[in-house]
Design a binder for this molecule. Sequence first.
Ligand code: ZN
Length: 331
Amino acid sequence: MKIERLTIDADSAGQEFFLRVFRFRGTGDASTVYLQAALHAHEVPGTVALDRLIPRLEKAEREGRLAADVTVVPHANPIGLSQVLFGETLGRFDFSGRANFNRTFPASAKDGQATQRADDRLKAQLLALATEADIALDLHCDDEGPVYLYVLERQLEQGRRLAQSLGASVILTDSGEDPFSFVLKVAERWAGQGRENDARFSATVELRGMIDVTPDLAEQDAAGLYRYLVDLGTVEDTLSPVTPLEPVTGDIDAAELVLTPAPGALMLNAEVGEWVTEGQLLAVIVTEAGLEQHEIRAPFDGLVVTRRDRRIVRRGEYVVKVLRHPRPLQE
Ligand SMILES: [Zn+2]
């Protein structure tokens, strides 16, 4: 295991950021893998999963069971980590330019230009690291949710394979026409290099919710990632088989963010993973206690994929994400 320290110049004098990059060297012929966590800096379930995965990779490397290189970046966003407002780390948007750290990526031609700002330097560095590999996973989490994936529509089969290893219950697919996210951008760069083929795969992995950070879940997710590396042949090991599961699959456009028409205290009636029918009560918003409340109902039959993690909302904010989907017969 080699640990690199990659400096990202800050836009203010006297400051710099850095990325810690763990490199594991493989000796065979298999898919190389890049794993990063906390691109949205305050989303740390992936960080602790990678913390638990690193010793497994060290052991595999030491024992000559690593068939291809694995690169791990547990803290992908040092800029976001430095952004604290009134005691809360806010790592989704860049405080300087206001861009979402998982959106608006620099054109590769601009990489390294002197005028490039810190958030773009960071994104360029991460994209360069991810694009080196054959497989790139970007570990995030939602407000409250299950383990679920975003993958390219044409890579759904590879997505199912990853879902099996991680125990992901939902896969949302994207056409990739608008490469808006980190992993879509990675796929676009692979295609630009003529490297896009069945051996390449990138996915956003949502590891449940913001507060789902526990020793047990970190172990479970590290084991899931390890199982995936074994399944790919990147790590040589023999694991007992898992019970196959069939994730619910839908287009990203079929997953609707239900927004609140009124501000107030949010009382949720639907659970993550619950199948709901059109018109079913999802939440009640108490706007003026004793005077005014609003009901939020399911816009269609489907699955409650995620829920907001705060219990106070302003008008127009997201309350739940429902995937339009018929209820599976076995449920
Ligand atoms: Zn995120």
